[in-house]
Design a protein around this ligand. Structure first.
Ligand SMILES: NC(=O)c1ccc[n+]([C@@H]2O[C@H](COP(=O)([O-])OP(=O)(O)OC[C@H]3O[C@@H](n4cnc5c(N)ncnc54)[C@H](OP(=O)(O)O)[C@@H]3O)[C@@H](O)[C@H]2O)c1
Length: 236
């Protein structure tokens, strides 16, 4: 991916895996189209915060996102129409139906999420907590896929694949200001173990970025102070 002019290298470096996962989960597995109503569970994480913005850039009709209350305001600023605080039970009884659901955090039961699908909608299982199981989130995802073989709703997994054309789309979104990276912290090599431990805890907002050639150590990112005012919609 060629870094677009005006985009900080750290912001671009964070994009590939999480950004490709968000894009391919929405567009390919989720079959999202312009006007789709989208629910993103786990919107404050690496994949989720790109997913909110990519859904907007792909002209979603409505984006509902879940995260804890402390992240709600900036997630809303990424383009979510409604933010649900899962720590207050707001995900447990959602009064809307969706064309595409991205389950990134994996906290809700698959049968419940299936019930939130509009006719013809898709539930895309991206990840989730391991719950101590040998295969981590994979166990839940495979279980959901097997169960869905016997039902009418569409439940699919996602395995992000490397794609030059898709990276070019993400680069264009970065260039146009439709997608930004929220950087939690920029760390040097020595701080990687601490960063991984924090990631494993499951509550990192946005992305860690590693600067292996830097001796600066850990530093705060240069995130924009406000996330409001995404650029007008472009076509991707
Ligand atoms: N299938 C693929 O190709 C693929 C690719 C990349 C990643 N993944 C998987 O996707 C999952 C997420 O990855 P990631 O990098 O985005 O993780 P991450 O950055 O570690 O996600 C952490 C975020 O999840 C939120 N969260 C935790 N529990 C939640 C819940 N019950 N409801 C809503 N939000 C919750 C946290 O927000 P709060 O602090 O607000 O709680 C935190 O911001 C992982 O399981 C990963 O393995 C899959």
């Amino acid at each position: 991916m060629r870094i677009p002019d005006g985009v900080e290298p750290e912001a671009a470096a964070a994009v590939p895996l999480a950004g490709l996962t968000a894009l391919q989960a929405l567009r390919d597995q989720g079959q999202m189209t312009a006007g789709s109503r989208v629910l993103i569970l786990g919107a404050a994480g690496g994949v989720g915060h790109y997913a909110v913005q990519v859904a907007r850039a792909l002209d979603a009709g409505r984006v509902v996102a879940s995260c804890s209350g402390r992240n709600a305001s900036w997630v809303e600023g990424l383009g979510a129409d409604r933010v649900l605080d899962y720590t207050r039970g707001e995900v447990d009884d959602i009064d809307e139906r969706f064309d595409v659901i991205l389950d990134i955090a994996g906290g809700a039961r698959i049968a419940y999420l299936r019930s939130l699908l509009a006719p013809g909608g898709s539930l895309v299982l991206v990840g989730g907590p391991g719950d101590g199981m040998l295969l981590g989130p994979a166990t839940r995802i495979f279980g959901g896929l097997i169960a869905s073989r016997f039902r009418r709703e569409r439940v699919v997994g996602v395995n992000a694949t490397w794609s030059g054309p898709d990276l070019a789309i993400l680069a264009a979104m970065l260039r146009d200001g439709c997608v930004r990276t929220v950087i939690h912290r920029i760390v040097g090599l020595a701080d990687v173990p601490t960063a991984i431990a924090e990631l494993e805890d499951g509550h990192v907002p946005g992305k860690f970025v590693v600067r292996p050639m830097s001796d600066e150590g850990t530093r705060e990112p240069n995130n924009a102070p406000s996330w409001s005012g995404l650029n007008p919609r472009q076509r991707y």
